[in-house]
Design a protein around this ligand. Sequence first.
Ligand SMILES: [Ca+2]
Ligand SMILES: [Ca+2]
Ligand SMILES: [Ca+2]
Length: 330
Amino acid sequence: MSSFRTCVAIHPLLRTVRRSPAPLGHAGAFLHFVPPCLRASIPLLAAVPRCVARAHKAAMGLGAALLVNAVMTSPAHAGITVFEAAGANPAAITPTRDAFRSAVGGGTVAGANGSFGGLRREINWDGVPDARSDPNTLPADFFNTTSPRGVVFSTPGTSFLVSANAGQPTPPLFGFPSDFQAFSTQRLFTAVNSNITDVNFFVPGTNAPATVSSFGVVFVDAEVANVTLLEFFDQNNSLLFSRNALVAGNQGMTFLGGVANAGEHIGRVRITSGANTIVSNAVLGNPNDDVVVMDDFLYSEPLALPEPGSLSLLFLSLLGLLRSRKPRQA
Ligand SMILES: [Ca+2]
Ligand SMILES: [Ca+2]
Ligand SMILES: [Ca+2]
């Protein structure tokens, strides 16, 4: 089974704009759009309310409203297009994975560091060396340092594991050959002692925070409804999107991805994989709950957000433009 659909919700920042009591027009709307923390960091903004009405009138005459509109890239409604599929084997989810790939930049053969033409990235875990695979843990920043792809992981658990390849002293598939199979041959990924993996984004190879516009993941062995899910948060840590993964049978495959279709910026992705945990090879946190692990991650290129200083410069430029048009005093 598979489907694409769009979930629509009003972006919380834009709710603020829509509740604005004063019909200030474009310039006023932008002021309300700026988060309070950012307003406090830009002293220039404190002076803006007093001159908004005059500035807006002049700006309309100058065509500067177009500049402000260009800043307000988020439309009135936010939406995430969902790509999802589940089935018994990799073939069951491959068409949906391929559709997700096409939606976020296309390409089938990755370049260096999992890059597809600078438009998107993938991680299939298969190039992780034995020294960083089960029973050895994977460093949380492996995919922003050793192989810089702009993601750093965190978890309430203790660490992360990539499964061993066949032929190694440690059994493959985390020691559960009757539960797991690989989507891309042959390594899998899991948090240790937790079912939660947070994915934080950076400009690849740097410490500069970044956001993405899409994220998708392959789950393995999701058998129980409503315990495996994806959540997207914006750069202010507000929830943008939450969706439960489709379930498959034992050893089954599930793909779940979301693509922002209205300019949303995804600053963090939380993956909840099942209700059980992996403690170590062939050892679960408990004998009963659904254990789920992950294979491929797919996401758009992590991009830096404009620095507050850039916004300040934009306002300085705008106000400078207005001043230059002000009639000179006799
Ligand atoms: Ca199972
Ligand atoms: Ca793999
Ligand atoms: Ca399971």
